[in-house]
Design a protein around this ligand. Structure first.
Ligand SMILES: Nc1nc2c(c(=O)[nH]1)N[C@H]1C(S)=C(S)[C@@H](COP(=O)(O)O)O[C@H]1N2
Ligand SMILES: [Mo]
Length: 438
């Protein structure tokens, strides 16, 4: 019965949103009378804050994309990995449900997986794995992992690694690519050497303006020598102190799936710049032009375009520092709590690319009032920040926890993903987790 009503509310919104809104909310925007009863029937509970539910709000219980719910139909089953949400098998992609991101430092088990191609063979001698640094350098270098570790200062940092398409599923109209919720993010503790130190050892020529990154993973076509992805960045990001050539994760060897024996970690910028199975850094005299560069790839409009319009990316710019975003790790979207629960102790994480997070707020009354959460300092620059806080609930019923972070420059997560683009990058809208009490 409830299922049927759920479907009809959804269908009505889809087919005739204005009529659905008029029926559900009436002219003054407040949910009341029969409409309130219908909406309550649909969500399966009374709605204590119905009075502040804005017109046009389809309950998150129905509207949040399945992949973002942590209850997607397909769960990854793989040795050494947790129950991630499978996005695709060829290439293998899987998202971490927000509740598995409750660890301050993301375990290798719970790291999301993003591949553009196949997996390379496991090398027989990982310490002998070679990295070539060539192009606009005075001396071409060929260094093994063992040499990198012995020749340069070794550092350990907690670093955000977030897919450029994280949050893509919240875009309307839908955009192409993995329909990530908010879980294409990790905060592992990486050990390695600074890319900067290695570039300085090679000696950058004045013409060096960008990097190009190559890895050993085969293209899905099987064509030998064709890279699955080869992105690159401005030399300034390559020279930043937290941009690492990493050979350990959380004090252990990096799992094969996550790029062993050597990977780049370019924190705060799209994850595609953190090349796995790294074997070459090509220093360029112009922006890199490998697969994954140019057009609409990892690029966003300089001026907003009409959502759903086709665009070849002519007036787009590379997505660089990722926008502010937060996750809720204490409560899964769609959770049911015991009757009589009158407070929620919320926990999560927030991050903002190269910036830090100055505040996280949560609302349980559809955004009418917001409670400030406590936000911890990051373990180091480019680490995510953990947040905690309590909200109170006046009665049993249907709630939505809305959570929203603000970066150090005062920018907040918007209500809807902004700057629509054909491949859905940079969408960082406020998230809504449905919670039923009783
Ligand atoms: N060699 C190689 N490196 C890669 C990729 C890839 O397909 N091949 N995918 C990139 C993308 S798009 C992301 S988001 C991150 C994901 O890293 P993870 O799978 O370790 O979580 O790896 C990046 N590095
Ligand atoms: Mo990515």
């Amino acid at each position: 019965m409830t299922r049927k009503i759920e479907r009809s509310v959804q269908e009505l919104y889809r087919d005739d949103p204005e009529r659905a809104d008029a029926l559900a909310f009436g002219r003054r925007g407040a949910l009341k009378g029969a409409a309130l009863a219908a909406m309550g029937g649909a969500v399966g509970a009374a709605i204590p804050f119905a009075g502040t539910m804005p017109g046009g709000t389809l309950p998150a219980l129905f509207s949040r994309p399945a992949a973002a719910q942590g209850t997607g139909p397909e769960i990854l089953r793989m040795e050494g990995k947790g129950p991630l949400i499978l996005q695709g098998e060829r290439p293998l992609n899987a998202e971490t449900p927000e509740t598995l991101l409750d660890e301050p430092v993301t375990s290798a088990r719970n790291m999301f997986i993003r591949n553009n191609g196949g997996l390379p063979d496991v090398p027989a001698d990982p310490r002998g794995w070679k990295l070539t640094v060539d192009g606009e350098v005075n001396t071409k270098l060929e260094l093994t992992v063992a040499e990198l570790e012995s020749r340069f200062p070794v550092i350990t940092r907690q670093l955000q690694l977030e897919c450029g398409g994280n949050g893509r599923s919240f875009y309307a109209p839908q955009t192409r690519g993995n329909q990530w919720g908010n879980g294409a993010i990790s905060n592992g503790e990486w050990t390695g050497v600074r890319l900067r130190d290695v570039l300085q050892a090679a000696g950058l020529k004045p013409s060096a303006v960008a990097t190009g990154h190559y890895g050993a993973d085969p293209h899905l076509s099987g064509e030998p020598g064709r890279p699955a992805i080869a992105r690159g960045m401005r030399i300034a990001k390559a020279m930043e102190e937290d941009t690492l050539l990493a050979f350990r994760l959380n004090g252990e060897a990096i799992p094969h799936l996550h790029g062993a024996p050597l990977r780049l970690v370019t924190p705060g910028w799209p994850g595609s710049l953190s090349q796995k199975w790294l074997n070459r850094i090509w220093v360029r005299d112009k922006p890199h032009d490998g697969p994954g560069m140019g057009g609409t790839s990892y690029r966003v409009p300089v001026r907003p375009i009409v959502p759903g319009s086709s665009n070849n990316g002519a007036d787009f710019a590379d997505l660089e520092s990722m926008p502010v975003r937060s996750i809720l790790s204490s409560h899964a979207h769609g959770s049911r709590l015991a009757a009589g629960t009158r407070a929620l102790d919320l926990r999560g994480a927030a991050w903002a690319g190269d910036l830090t997070v100055q505040a996280v707020h949560a609302s349980v009354d559809f955004g009418a009032t917001w409670t400030e959460m406590q936000v911890a300092a990051p373990a180091n620059a480019h680490a995510w920040q953990r947040w905690t806080g309590r909200v109170s609930l006046p009665a049993d019923g249907y709630y939505e926890v809305w959570y929203r972070a603000t970066d150090s420059q005062g920018r907040m997560q918007p209500h809807l993903p902004a700057n629509w683009n054909p491949q859905g990058y940079g969408g960082n809208a406020i998230s809504r987790a449905a919670i039923l009490v009783g």
